[in-house]
Design a protein. Sequence first.
Length: 311
Amino acid sequence: MQKHRARRAAALLALVPALASCAPSAISPYAPERAAAPTRHVVVISIDGLRADAIEAAGATNLQRMMREGAWSLDARTIMPSRTLPSHTSMITGVSPEVHGITWNDEQVDAQGRVRVPTMFDMADSAHLQTAAFFAKAKFRHLIHPDAPDEVEAPRGLEIVLAPQMTQNVIHYLRFAEPDLLFIHIPDPDIAGHSTGWMGTPYRWAVRRADAAVEQIRRAAVARFNGDVVIIVTADHGGHGRDHGTDALEDVRIPWIAWGRAVQPGQLPTGIRTMDTAASALWLLGVPVPPAWEGRPVAQAFRPVAPPAGN
């Protein structure tokens, strides 16, 4: 364990200068002592290509129920370019493409290397938390650093892990593991959007399939963590026609839903950005958010944290 922490500390130290040089203040290579945490476990589920208005249009009943019981916005925003890899990189690193440097949208690990700034997995790991990620596309390999996440599944080449297989993989993993921070990527709506068009019948069917996957994962997480979990469901981008990547509202508007015991139910105000997802995940786990991050915790989505006994 000490050797593992030494390797992780060295790796995280190597990432700090890149972030510090692009932002007004640097982050510590080690997370300070954890603050009072609203929850012990966080699951972030990103549904690739999910337009905010598709939740109702497709009849995604499980997401609708999570909205009724949780905190939600259908007016959050992703980054530009509104493409899968840059957007997910911002979602996981808490910074914009101008800082994290990933503007391409295909797997180029051999040529470009891994993302050059710390991810939420790095920061959670530095606070001695267990992390895991299930990526459906090979290009997500850019987001994997040495030993962070602790457990990771990502295909190679042109393979894509669709929602039914992804659900099976995650549920199997949760039978034996208890990660503090778990990230899951579901690709189906994006694939249908590119194939036949956003908001068409195949796309709406793919949204419902992703919706069913979210519900199965939610149930498995609640059972595994005895209800002490917050689940955040969001998207990397929307789409129109058979593509995305522009600054059109259909491309950049995304949903942001938080569900769980620590959540304060209700509609959230405008202004949520995809970078806020990583910041919210760390904050929920009691890990200080790096001051250089552009993302900030969506604190209004959660119940106030009770002060320690005796204070």
